[in-house]
Design a protein around this ligand. Structure first.
Ligand code: AMP
Length: 283
């Protein structure tokens, strides 16, 4: 595995691989790798000849007062894990190289980005789509892998790729969870022992919503009211949003159907956690 920090070198290596007729899988991350990231790497490794992992804590997607500085970082540990997953290139550019003085170009996806996480974190998706577009231009992958853990992000990136005619297959991968149901996240390390216990409020809410939907409850407002009350039982929990949306448009739904996804963002103490899942079917 080669660790590359230089943008031109990364681009040159990928152009060269393409010229040799090799297929490239790409997994963009902010590092502090866990099983969720590894599941994307495993699928990437399976699908193509060259596997590229990027680790970049992207300042453009953090708002003022958010955790950019304190976001967990451990490149040595990440590099070991990446090597064991068969990564060919670990790309870890510096923020100053990605956004040099005078940087002024941004990619903005309208519509899908205005609600849910976009409402609580203004500018967040503009930062995400900008950095992903830049990384796509550097790596020029055939396949790019994203987790459904960030359901809205995946929808926004699919939209961007389609709208900009990017010749890249966007592959969405299922949420990887801890044994007790908590969705894996680099931010879980922020949780105290007690908060870690209360963080189960999210996956438990998803499980109850699924149970209600399966048992025939199809009124979204009624399901959401039950979940809200259950989450609010947890002293450390503060709901940011809790919604049942259509999986493609992300618009609120009144009635549960096969396209319904429960999406929730909940602060546990100071840590904002996400979870989501389809209410019916086995997706
Ligand atoms: P991050 O490093 O948090 O920006 O995540 C990088 C990629 O890993 C994104 O596509 C995430 O959706 C994905 N990811 C993060 N956590 C999980 C998880 N628990 N299961 C599956 N994918 C995940």
């Amino acid at each position: 595995m080669k660790i590359i920090t230089d943008i031109s070198e990364m681009q040159m290596r990928c152009v060269e691989a393409r010229r040799r007729g090799l297929q490239i899988s790409f997994v963009p991350t902010m590092g502090y790798l866990h099983e969720g990231h590894l599941s994307l790497l495993r699928e990437g490794r399976r699908r193509a000849d060259i596997l590229v992992l990027s680790i970049f804590v992207n300042p453009a997607q953090f708002g003022v007062g958010e955790d950019y500085e304190s976001y967990p970082r451990d490149l040595t540990r990440d590099a070991q894990m990446a090597r064991s997953m068969g990564v060919d290139f670990l790309f870890a550019p510096e923020a100053a190289a990605m956004y040099p003085k005078g940087y002024s170009t941004y990619v903005d996806v309208e519509g899908l980005t205005e609600r849910l996480c976009g409402e609580s974190r203004p500018g967040h998706f503009r930062g995400v789509t900008t950095v992903v577009a830049k990384l796509f231009n550097i790596v020029q992958p055939h396949f790019a892998f994203f987790g459904q853990k960030d359901f809205q992000q995946l929808a926004v990136i699919r939209r961007m790729s389609a709208d900009l005619n990017l010749p890249i297959e966007i592959v969405g991968m299922p949420i990887v969870r801890e044994n007790d149901g908590l969705a894996m996240s680099s931010r879980n390390v922020y949780l105290s022992v007690e908060e870690r216990r209360q963080a189960l409020a999210l996956s438990q809410a998803l499980a109850s919503a699924r149970r209600m939907a399966r048992e025939g409850e199809n009124d979204c407002a009624r399901i959401l009211a039950v979940l809200r009350a259950a989450i609010e039982q947890h002293s450390a929990a503060r709901i940011d949003y809790l919604k049942i949306c259509h999986q493609a448009t992300l618009q609120d739904q009144d009635r549960v159907d096969g396209d319904s996804v429960l999406l929730l963002a909940v602060f546990i103490g100071k840590t904002r956690l996400l979870d989501n899942g389809f209410l019916l079917g086995d997706r």
